[in-house]
Design a protein around this ligand. Structure first.
Ligand code: DX5
Ligand code: ZN
Length: 216
């Protein structure tokens, strides 16, 4: 089963509510929320006030991607404001186990992300606490970048480990996914497809329909 997770990073924030209404009606299951702190990644995006507003406007699964140093500082607040899943980066957190446990205790799904240059072995010790592994397919920090092709092998490798040992864990990919490279990523084993610019730039309804056609 595959899921589409449009990323609001590429949305027009002047008309975010209207754009969310379109995503709500589109058949997408997740909404991806990219939180950037200017420390773990160079750019700063948005945080609590935006999450709080988005929660009021949608019932979609709010998939919060924390590109934040020491994300453990914000878990409680993000879940209180409506995050359904919280993904932390293996490179950004010194207490991964405790943080994942805390996310679960607070009733949300756990995600663990790795950057393109981080080997998948880094997430393996934590798999028993993980609902979703996020394999970054661009360097985190900006939307609209080009997909890094070497990541396809990581997705395939992760798919085989998940199938063998952790059949309930989802594999999410994030960055540079467009209609042209969607199929090869699905074939490699991705379950949750994040896409920002390919959905929000242009006609949102038509873009999502085109993704859904390929996702089946
Ligand atoms: C990048 C973010 C992505 C981004 C994807 O750091 O994590 O979620 O919004 O955007 P596109 O699909 O435009 O690469
Ligand atoms: Zn993201």
């Amino acid at each position: 089963m595959n899921y589409l997770a449009p990323s609001i990073l590429a949305a027009d924030f002047c008309i975010l509510g209207e754009q969310l209404d379109k995503v709500n009606k589109s058949g997408a299951e997740y909404l991806h929320i990219d939180v950037m702190d200017g420390m773990f990644v160079p750019s700063i995006s948005f945080g609590m006030p935006v999450l709080e507003c988005v929660r009021k406007r949608t019932g979609l699964f709010l998939d919060v991607h924390m590109m934040v140093a020491k994300p453990e500082r914000y878990i409680e607040e993000f879940i209180r404001l409506g995050a359904d899943g919280v993904t932390i980066h293996v490179e950004a957190c010194d207490c991964i186990e405790q943080t994942l446990q805390k996310i679960r205790q607070l009733g949300a799904k756990t995600g663990l992300a790795i950057n393109p240059d981080t080997p998948i072995e880094k997430v393996l010790p934590y798999m028993y606490l993980v609902d979703m592994v996020l394999i970054m397919t661009v360097q985190p920090g900006f939307g609209g970048q080009k997909y890094i092709t070497k990541c396809l092998d990581k997705i395939k490798k992760m798919r085989s480990i998940v199938n063998d040992k952790y059949p309930n864990v989802k594999i999410e990919i994030d960055g540079g996914v467009r209609l042209e490279n969607l199929k090869e990523n699905l074939d490699a084993g991705a379950d949750v497809i994040v896409t920002g610019s390919a959905v929000f730039k242009g006609d949102i309804d038509a873009n999502i329909k085109n993704f859904m056609k390929i996702m089946g």
